[in-house]
Design a protein around this ligand. Structure first.
Ligand SMILES: [Mg+2]
Length: 370
């Protein structure tokens, strides 16, 4: 196959790129295993596999210690245990992962407005127009770590494809910001399997055409690709290798509520002090409601103890509210009624049930390999 010498020799001097869009992809690191390690800290540092136990079970997630033995997602568990006999097998707990996923998604939405959940452990965010997109995503990662103990990797780029591949490039704890051109250079020598949408079968067919790397594919003849894959998929594959992608980020949830919450650096005890800590949250929330022109019938509070046990309490009124006095009064009442019994790590306040907002049912998410 031919590679274009002119393009290869093009000077790679840095240039100012006019990025029309800024898209981030966030992916939690070894999600299922990490949730399990939160509640089984004695397993930290050990090779751990989350998997069922039947004869045809496959690995859903492996800890990084297990990955060192060559264990990977979707591998039959029997094979994983041959590679790493000392691995601890933990059965999956879908309900726990969904709960944790909800917490993480709320944290992302708290910092960036346009979020599309792409799986239990991953989301895209459209950061176009934000002054400091990297800083916003660093805050998201920080909050996820503080709030949930989970680690996340982030990729930022001009489109979803660059963001997705970048988020995977330096896992765990990756944070990679690339232009389209930088992505092409960085992944030029990688296998075409790196590209989302190129599975093992497609890779085999590409290899029959002597196309092995991302760079090979980006320079392949459109005619040749079209002959092999058809008029749609052929050119599409080449565009993937050039990191071209204009798929939009689709917000999956219309705003139906707004909330403010804070995690204390030192756990807070006692109703009087909690009430005091609630006041600035109410103030901030009501300001935001005013700015966005929102009001809602439900006022709620959220309390998380230091062991991450989380409680919510809410009251629904017969009219919409958004003013500081009413929201503050109801939040205080809820706090009094709840009477936290232990030191509190996180306190939140929320107004929901916005007037005029129709809540769309959330997309059913299936458990990914993650
Ligand atoms: Mg993941």
């Amino acid at each position: 196959m031919s590679t274009s010498a002119e393009e290869r020799d093009e000077p790679k001097s840095p240039r100012i790129e006019n990025l029309d869009r800024t898209i981030a992809h966030l992916d939690l690191d070894a999600f299922f295993v990490s949730v399990e390690l939160q509640r089984r800290p004695e397993l930290k540092g050990l090779p751990v596999i989350v998997s069922g136990t039947g004869p045809r079970s496959v690995v859903t997630t492996a800890s990084y210690e297990a990955r060192k033995f060559g264990v990977g997602s979707a591998m039959p568990t029997a094979k994983a245990l041959r590679l790493c006999p000392e691995a601890v097998v933990v059965p999956p707990d879908g309900a726990a992962y969904k709960r944790m996923s909800g917490t993480v998604m709320d944290l992302i939405r708290h910092h960036v407005p346009q979020v599309e959940q792409a799986g239990l452990d991953e989301a895209y965010a459209d950061l176009t127009g934000m002054l400091a997109p990297s800083a916003a995503m660093r805050r998201v990662v920080h909050d996820i770590r503080v709030e949930t103990g989970l680690h996340a990797s982030v990729g930022i780029g001009p489109n979803r494809l660059v963001a997705k591949v970048a988020s995977d490039a330096e896992k765990p704890d990756g944070f990679v910001f690339l232009s389209q051109e930088q992505a092409r250079m960085k992944f030029a020598d990688s296998s075409t399997r790196l590209l989302p949408g190129v599975g093992p079968k497609t890779r085999e067919r590409l290899e029959r055409l002597q196309i092995y790397t991302v760079d090979d594919l980006s320079e392949a003849s459109v005619q040749e690709l079209t002959d092999e894959f058809g008029g749609r998929q052929g050119p599409w594959l080449r565009a993937r290798a050039r990191f071209e992608d204009d798929t939009p980020v689709q917000t999956d949830r219309e705003a139906v509520s707004e909330s403010r919450e804070t995690t204390f650096s030192v756990d807070v005890e006692g109703i009087a002090e909690l009430r005091e800590r609630m006041a600035p949250l109410v103030l901030e929330l009501c300001k935001a409601l005013e700015t966005h022109g929102h009001s809602g019938r439900t006022v709620g509070i959220k309390i998380r103890y230091s062991d991450f046990e989380t409680h919510t309490r809410a009251r629904t009124l017969d009219h919409s509210v958004s003013d500081r006095a009413t929201v503050g009064r109801i939040a205080s009442q809820l706090l009094d009624e709840f009477q936290p019994s232990r030191p509190v790590r996180l306190l939140g306040v929320r107004v929901a049930g916005f007037t005029g907002a129709t809540s769309k049912p959330r997309e059913q998410l299936s458990l990914p390999f993650g």
